[in-house]
Ligand binder design. Structure first.
Ligand code: GDD
Length: 328
């Protein structure tokens, strides 16, 4: 029997990490994850997404801010594939704490790349880059060669991670790639992101548990896909013959307003009666319009995305409705 492939996922307790862990287990991988020590002390809040598969995973406590910590974990596991998904990923917060965003997102990526190069250079490395790197984009839709113009400390940190990943590929021959993923959501999305904030509020309002939803810029447009589908392409990217970066998205864009309207109407509510604009929720610099050109991924990876915007919104709002009804 052939040896099981070993995968290491950073950010395994998050939305993408949990879906990816399930997918890799299904494919027969030995799945390792790095978690923070505090997660163990607060499992109900921090580990709910991996609860159903936790006994099949091998979890390691570690800190991305510490090279010795990362070095020891890589030394112990010597993974075949490493999926680096962990990050301070909330754009709004990156304006409040630029320094820790840079520390985790840039140094954390660098430590992993360096440890892999020194300890297991055959390990294939996936970096979770982001469409936020395009920022004030010069062209619509955005593709791999569109110039980056990040508009937040988060976006800047992802450009640095992208450049580090590419430089390890070019300088040391590492199989290191970046997935430039556009926004991807699901019922496992954190409540601070706009989609989940909207679907959870619409469900609570319907159930009489809330009466208002405060939002910022309703005119921003995003290319929203489903996280469960997006994680599969990460694995494909690490199992091609040559390391390349890819843009992944749906190719459709919708405004925050359209998302709100649809989520509320699914609950038979008129959003205009409940949504209020709070100027404090606007960002110091906004990314107005994102939409992916996935020609390269379609051609080279067979990227074939099928979940519609409507299906995504409805799945999220229904899931929140069922959850709050049960736990009310
Ligand atoms: N979070 C939030 N909260 N966003 C709001 C709100 C609000 O109350 N009101 C309006 N928005 C607008 C934001 O200004 C932004 O234009 C849009 O909704 C989406 O915001 P988020 O859901 O926070 O996501 P994001 O686009 O900033 O970033 C997400 O996608 C990136 C990929 O492009 C994150 O998941 C990033 O980590 C990811 O890289």
């Amino acid at each position: 029997m052939s040896k099981k492939k070993k995968a290491l996922i950073t950010g395994i307790t998050g939305q993408d990490g949990s879906y990816l862990a399930e997918y890799l287990l299904e494919l027969g991988y030995e799945v390792h994850g790095i978690i923070r020590r505090v997660a163990l002390e607060d499992q109900a809040h921090r580990m709910w997404r991996i609860r159903d598969v936790q006994d099949k995973l091998i979890l390691h406590c570690g800190a991305l801010e510490s090279y010795p910590s990362i070095f020891n974990i890589i030394c112990e596991i010597k993974p075949d594939e490493c999926y680096h998904l962990a990050a301070q990923s909330f754009v709004t917060y990156s304006f409040e704490d630029e320094f820790s965003t840079f520390n985790i997102n840039i140094n954390g990526t660098h430590y992993l790349l360096a440890a892999i190069k020194n300890l297991c250079p055959e390990c294939r490395f996936y970096f979770a880059a982001s469409s936020e790197m395009f920022g004030r984009a010069e062209e619509v839709p955005q593709r791999e060669i569109t110039r980056f113009h990040p508009r937040s400390p988060y976006g800047i940190s992802k450009v640095a991670g992208f450049d580090l990943t590419r430089n390890y590929r070019e300088a040391y021959n590492s199989f290191a790639v970046s997935g430039i993923l556009f926004n991807h959501e699901s019922p496992r999305r954190g409540f601070e992101f706009v989609t989940r904030k909207i679907t959870s509020s619409a469900a609570k309002i319907k159930l009489g548990l809330a009466d208002k939803l405060f939002l910022g810029n309703l005119d921003a447009k995003r290319d929203w896909g489903h996280s469960r589908e997006y994680v599969k392409i990460m694995r494909t990217m690490l199992n091609t013959s040559s390391p390349e970066d890819y843009v992944i998205g749906t190719g459709e864009t919708h405004s925050v307003r359209e998302f709100v309207e649809l989520a509320f109407s699914e609950m038979d509510l008129d959003y205009r009666k409940y949504v209020e604009i709070d100027s404090k929720l606007f960002r110091p610099a906004e990314v107005d319009l994102l939409v992916a050109d996935t020609t390269k991924a379609k051609k080279e990876l067979g990227w074939d995305y099928k979940v519609t915007f409507q299906e995504l919104v409805i799945e999220m709002v229904k899931s929140d409705y069922d959850f709050f009804k049960k736990h009310n």
